[in-house]
Design a protein around this ligand. Structure first.
Ligand code: G6P
Length: 525
C-alpha cells in the first residue's frame, strides 16, 4: 500500500495518541512581506520548508519559527500566531522574534558560518566565534521558551529541525522530561576528524542527545555521528540498535531519507503551464531552444561555478551546439550578509558574463542567470519545459530539487544530471550521475541531457518517478512518526494490532538493499 496524505493522517492519529505535534524550524513555511505598500506572502526557497509543509498540512499542529518577513508582525496575534497556509489555514505558525544581534550571532554566525561549512565537505573554512556561540545558546533558550508555552497543559511531541537547534532538545527535556523530542538533521554529518575541531563539539553533541530519536538522511551520517559521540562524550553506545545512552536518556539514531509530495507538481503546473512557459521564454529571450535548468539557493555547497565551467567546456567540445540551447540558472539569493555568499554571487555573475562573451552572439547568450526568488509556480514550469536539470552539489544531505524535477515530468522525458555527492544519488541511480569536481564528466553529462534518445530518457524517468512516488514525503513522515510512536510510553496500549509489517523495518530493509545496489553499481563502474 502506497503512502498518501490520508495514510499519514491515520498513522499520526494512532501513533501520537493525542499528543500535540510541535515542529520547530528556524525557517518559516510562509513569509509575509510588503510589496508596493501591500502585504503579500511567499514560500521561501529551500528543501526543509518544501518537505515539511505538506506534513503539517496533513497532521495539523504548530510550527515554531523565526518571523523573518518585514510584514510578519502585521498579520500575527499578540503571541505571534497566525493560521497557515495563508489562503486556506489548517495549522498554526508561531513566530519567534529575534533582534538583529540575535540573527547575526545565531543564524549568520554559528548556524551558517560554523555548522554549515563544518558539516559539508566543501573546503569552506568554518568560523569559530565566541560571541556567535553565546548568541546561539541564547536563541536556543528563546525558542525553548516558545515551545514550552505551546506544549503547556498536555502531552506533546516536539519535532526539531536542523542545525539551528542543536542545544534545544536538552533544554526541553530538562524543563519537561515528559515531552517526546525528536530531531531531524537536514544536512550531512562529518567524521570525527572534522567535527571534533569545533571548540563546542561536546556541548553540541550533548544538546543533541537530549532527543529520544535523531534522524539523518543516510546511514553514513548516522555512523559518523555515533563515531563523534563515542570519541567525545562519556556514554554507552549500543551499535546493534544504533542508540546512545547518556545521563539516563536514550537517543536512537536512524536514517530517514527525506522526499517531496509528488502530487504538488500537478497543482503547480495546472492546465496552463505551456502558456506560462512561453511567457517565460519570451521574457528571457529563450526562443524555442532547448533548456538545461539549475534551481538552487546561491550557496557554495551547490556547485554552481562548477556547472558553469561545464557549460563552457561543453561549448568548447561541441561548437555545433552554439545557438542551440540555454543554460538557465535560477539562483535564489541566500544568507547574503555572509561574505562567502556575497563573493559567490559575484563569482557566478562574472563567470556567466565571461562565458556569454566568449561563446555568445548578438541574439544568443548561452547562460541566463536569474538571481532572484521564484515561487514554485515558475520553477515547476521550468522543470517541465526543459530538456534537462542539473544538480551538481559538492556535498548535499539529500537535495530535493532532484526529486521535484522528476515529479514534474509526467511526460516521462527530461534528463537529470545529478552529483554523486548528494543523498538523492543513492535513490536515483537512473540519473546521469556525475562528479561535480570533474569538468569533463560534467560537460559530458550536460551533453547527454541534450542528446539522449527519447526511449532512453523514458526508461530512466519512469524508474525515477516510480521511486519518488513510492518514497514520498508522507512515507518519510509516517515512518518517522511510527518510530517516534514506539517511544511514546502509553500509545503502545492504544495502538491497533499491527496487521502489516512495521514500516520502520520495511524501510530499513529497503535502505540496506538500496545501499547494496548502489555499492554494486559503483564498484562495477
Ligand atoms: C537547507 C537547510 C534548511 C534551510 C534551507 C534554506 O536546506 O537544511 O534548514 O532552511 O537550507 O536556507 P535558509 O538559511 O534560507 O533557511
Amino acid at each position: 500500500m502506497g503512502w498518501s496524505k490520508e495514510r499519514l493522517q491515520e498513522v499520526a492519529r494512532t501513533r501520537l495518541g493525542g499528543a500535540k505535534l510541535i515542529v520547530v524550524a528556524n525557517r518559516e513555511p510562509y513569509i509575509h512581506r510588503y510589496k508596493d505598500g501591500e502585504v503579500e506572502w511567499i514560500r521561501p526557497a529551500g528543501g526543509l520548508t518544501t518537505a515539511l509543509d505538506p506534513v503539517m498540512q496533513a497532521c495539523g499542529g504548530v510550527w515554531v519559527a523565526h518571523g523573518s518577513g518585514d510584514a510578519d508582525r502585521a498579520v500575527t496575534d499578540a503571541s505571534g500566531r497566525v493560521g497557515v497556509p495563508p489562503d486556506d489555514p489548517n495549522y498554526v505558525l508561531r513566530r519567534v522574534w529575534l533582534s538583529k544581534d540575535d540573527e547575526e550571532g545565531y543564524y549568520y554566525g554559528t548556524a551558517n558560518s560554523m555548522l554549515w561549512p563544518l558539516c559539508h565537505q566543501v573546503f569552506a573554512r568554518p568560523v569559530f566565534d565566541q560571541i556567535h556561540w553565546e548568541t546561539y545558546r541564547k536563541v536556543n533558550e528563546t525558542f525553548a521558551e516558545a515551545v514550552l508555552e505551546e506544549a503547556q497543559g498536555g502531552p506533546a511531541l516536539v519535532f526539531v529541525q536542523d542545525y539551528h537547534f542543536a542545544l534545544l532538545p536538552r533544554l526541553l527535556k530538562a524543563a519537561r522530561p515528559d515531552l517526546v523530542v525528536a530531531q531531524f538533521w537536514h544536512i550531512p554529518w562529518p567524521g570525527p576528524e572534522k567535527f571534533l575541531v569545533c571548540p563546542w563539539a561536546r556541548e553540541l553533541l550533548d544538546g543533541m542527545l537530549g532527543n529520544d530519536l535523531f534522524g539523518f538522511h543516510t546511514q553514513n551520517d548516522c555512523n559518523n555521528f555515533l563515531e563523534c559521540v563515542d570519541r567525545a562524550l562519556e556514554c554507552r553506545i549500543d551499535r546493534e540498535r544504533f542508540a546512545v545512552q547518556r545521563s539516563g536518556q536514550v537517543t536512537t539514531v536512524r536514517p530517514f531519507p527525506i522526499s517531496v509530495d509528488p502530487e504538488l507538481a500537478q497543482e503547480y503546473l495546472g492546465d496552463d503551464w505551456e502558456d506560462r512557459a512561453n511567457a517565460m521564454r519570451k521574457k528571457h529571450r529563450l526562443g524555442d531552444r532547448a533548456l538545461i535548468v539549475g534551481v538552487d539557493r546561491v550557496d557554495y555547497t551547490k556547485g554552481i561555478p562548477e556547472r558553469l565551467q561545464a557549460v563552457d567546456r561543453l561549448l568548447q567540445k561541441h561548437p555545433e551546439l552554439k545557438g542551440q540551447f540555454h543554460f538557465l540558472q535560477v539562483g535564489a539569493p541566500s544568507r547574503t550578509h555572509i561574505p562567502a555568499y556575497r563573493d559567490l554571487t559575484e563569482e557566478v555573475n562574472m563567470l556567466a558574463e565571461r562565458i556569454n562573451w566568449e561563446h555568445g552572439t548578438e541574439d544568443w547568450q548561452p547562460v541566463v542567470f536569474l538571481n532572484e526568488h521564484h515561487g514554485p509556480d515558475d520553477i515547476f514550469v521550468l522543470y517541465r519545459a526543459s530538456a534537462g536539470c542539473v544538480v551538481s552539489s559538492l556535498h548535499d544531505g539529500m537535495n530535493l530539487v532532484a526529486k521535484e524535477f522528476v515529479t514534474a515530468r509526467d511526460d516521462d522525458r527530461g534528463v537529470l544530471v545529478l552529483s554523486q555527492f548528494t543523498g538523492a544519488a543513492r535513490e536515483l541511480p537512473d540519473a546521469v550521475i556525475v562528479n561535480p569536481f570533474d569538468v569533463e564528466e560534467m560537460a559530458d553529462g550536460l551533453y547527454a541531457s541534450l542528446t539522449m534518445p527519447a526511449q532512453e530518457q523514458e526508461r530512466r524517468m519512469r524508474r525515477m518517478r516510480a521511486q519518488v512516488d513510492d518514497h514520498n514525503i508522507y512515507r518519510w513522515a509516517g515512518v518517522l512518526l511510527s518510530a517516534i510512536g514506539k517511544l511514546i510510553p502509553d500509545t503502545s496500549e492504544v495502538l491497533p494490532t499491527q496487521v502489516e509489517p512495521d514500516p520502520l523495518d520495511v524501510i530499513e530493509r529497503e535502505i540496506a538493499r538500496e545501499n547494496y545496489i548502489t555499492a554494486l553499481r559503483l564498484t562495477s563502474g
